[in-house]
Design a protein around this ligand. Structure first.
Ligand code: PEP
Length: 258
């Protein structure tokens, strides 16, 4: 039987500050239980150390609730002359457990190809980080009924480059590009359809992985639409952008996900 603990990951993007982290931890102490969804904070890398310190300082009050830290990006190189980049090893050393890979903003604005995404995925795993791989189709691709094709390609390249067990230690986030940051979320049915497709595609490679991998939905999730989306059988929580910057909304999403 699959044991997929729901996860709610907050992608702050280039927003937030250490005050937001402090505000969140104050609320975690009263609202999260040890059987709550796993919560992941992905602040800009300059704030990872503040979050790490808060995690350390709040160990007692969290009392078994799972709050973890993730980065928003990493270099596919291990070290060297790559000004401005951060390696997987550095993120691991800073206390990260997860790293978001292949976010549509990075693919679209920073020219990250599927090949680079697959290399970043490998760099994350090699350094003991769990990749949160974002996949998703554009609006025109959906209109042309190419959603499954696009997503299959994005998954296949990672498997091709990293082997059939690539997703043994990974999370997938289905983030349709037309829903990220637009205020127009996928319907619960649309999300479920794609999540089921992802699960069945991975089951072809490994039934164990297909059944057990956590697949998050991301794209304009708010407390008002989350319950129906998170209730879908193949949706294991969410990757949250805008609503992760409001501590009350984020906490309410963490509660809804359980
Ligand atoms: C995201 O950036 O991963 C995201 C899902 O953003 P939003 O929730 O704002 O759509």
């Amino acid at each position: 039987m699959a044991l997929r603990r729901p996860m709610v990951a907050g992608n702050w993007k280039m927003n937030g500050n250490s005050a937001l982290a402090q505000e969140l931890f104050k609320k975690f102490a009263t609202k999260l239980q040890n059987d709550s969804a796993e919560v992941v904070l992905c602040p800009p890398s300059i704030y990872l150390e503040s979050v790490r310190q808060l995690l350390e300082a709040n160990k007692q009050t969290l009392d078994g609730a799972l709050v973890r830290m993730g980065a928003q990006n990493l270099s596919h190189h291990d070290f060297g002359a790559y000004t401005g980049e951060i390696s997987g090893q550095m993120l691991k050393d800073s206390g990260c457990r997860y790293v978001i890979i292949g976010h549509s903003e990075r693919r679209r604005m920073y020219g990250e190809t599927s090949n680079i995404v697959a290399e970043k995925f490998a760099a994350a795993q090699k350094n003991g980080l769990t990749p949160i791989l974002c996949v998703g189709e554009s609006g025109p691709a959906r209109e042309a009924r190419r959603t499954f094709e696009v997503i299959a390609e994005e998954l296949d390249i990672v498997i091709e480059k990293n082997g059939t067990m690539a997703f043994d230690n990974a999370i997938i986030a289905y983030e349709p590009l037309w829903a990220v940051g637009t205020g127009k979320s996928a319907t619960p049915e649309q999300a479920q359809e794609v999540h089921a497709f992802i699960r069945s595609r991975l089951s072809e490679v490994s039934p164990f992985i297909g059944e057990n991998i956590r697949i998050l939905y991301g794209g304009s999730v708010t407390p008002s639409n989350a319950a129906d989306i998170f209730a879908q059988p193949d949706v294991d929580g969410g990757l949250i952008g805008g609503a992760s910057l409001n501590s009350s909304e984020f906490l309410s999403l963490c509660t809804i996900a359980m």
